[in-house]
Design a protein around this ligand. Structure first.
Ligand SMILES: C[S@@+](CC[C@H](N)C(=O)[O-])C[C@H]1O[C@@H](n2cnc3c(N)ncnc32)[C@H](O)[C@@H]1O
Length: 261
């Protein structure tokens, strides 16, 4: 990129682990007409433009869209549009939609509302990058008192139970933003459960899976009422949130299941 980014987009474009998977996917899949929803600095569009006939790069943030405009001005097949991608009426359909508005479990960014409304502009054999996500949850003992993302090992936490891969979402069809489910989790270590740790893995393509990176889905710790546990205890967990609804939409509750005598 030629010009300075906002600090947020600078961090995004410095996260080489996040970018490597997108670069590989775009190199392999970009063709025809590509929409890049939430283009930010324009980095993913600049790669797509080298393989596609036409790229429409959409960005809601005014200063980011201006930066994208300048960063992409040398490509005569890219159009930058400053608007809300969930409301934009595209004049054609896309062969490929790139949409990196990811957040852990898709809660705090608009991936799902934006893709739900953009799906009508994807050709029947069109593809989406990334193509989906897998969510995992684990019971943890942690110092964390408020819902927070794990960064550089903080808030400190130790896992007390088996990981539960609780959902796999593929982006090619409408996804209900409201999530609500009850799970059983098995404890495998004595301790005090104080929270749930949510980890999201990104399927950039069916073959490129990216775990959390500093700027892509850092694990989310959700506090719970404290529960003393020992090995083989079973916890019943109720978890709900709205994808795109923000962290304030998250509700979590856990109780120990007492086996019948
Ligand atoms: C995680 S950043 C990704 C930026 C860039 N695609 C990249 O990979 O570096 C998500 C971008 O989506 C933009 N965005 C969020 N909601 C949007 C919406 N409804 N319409 C268009 N852009 C949106 C944000 O302003 C932000 O620049």
């Amino acid at each position: 990129m030629k010009l300075g980014n906002t600090p947020y987009h600078h961090n995004l474009t410095s996260d080489s682990e996040r970018l490597a998977g997108f670069f590989e996917a775009i190199q392999e899949k970009a063709k025809g007409t590509v929409f890049d929803l939430g283009t930010g600095s324009g980095i993913l569009s600049s790669w797509a433009a080298q393989y596609a006939d036409r790229v429409v790069a959409v960005e809601i943030n005014r200063s980011a869209s201006k930066i994208a405009q300048r960063n992409l001005e040398d490509f005569n097949n890219v159009e930058v549009v400053h608007t809300d991608a969930s409301e934009y009426q595209f004049s054609t359909k896309a062969d490929v939609i790139i949409c990196e508005m990811l957040d852990t479990a898709l809660i705090d960014e608009e991936q799902i509302p934006v893709l739900n409304s953009a799906l009508k502009y994807l050709k029947e054999d069109g593809i989406i990058i990334p193509c989906g996500i897998i969510n995992c949850l684990e019971p943890v003992e942690s110092t964390c008192e408020h819902i927070s993302y794990e960064e550089d090992g903080f808030p400190e936490n130790s896992v007390l139970g088996e990981p539960l891969f609780y959902s796999r979402l593929m982006f090619g069809k409408h996804i209900e933003p409201k999530f609500k489910q009850r799970f059983m989790i098995k404890i495998n270590r004595k301790g005090i459960v104080t929270g749930l740790k949510l980890t999201t893995f990104t399927l950039i393509t069916e073959k490129i899976i990216c775990g959390p990176t500093p700027m892509l889905n850092p694990p989310l710790i959700i506090p719970l009422k404290k529960l003393k546990v020992v090995e083989n205890d079973l916890l019943e967990v109720n978890l709900s949130y709205e994808m795109g609804g923000g962290l304030e939409s998250v509700r979590a509750r856990a109780e120990k299941i007492h086996p019948k005598p």
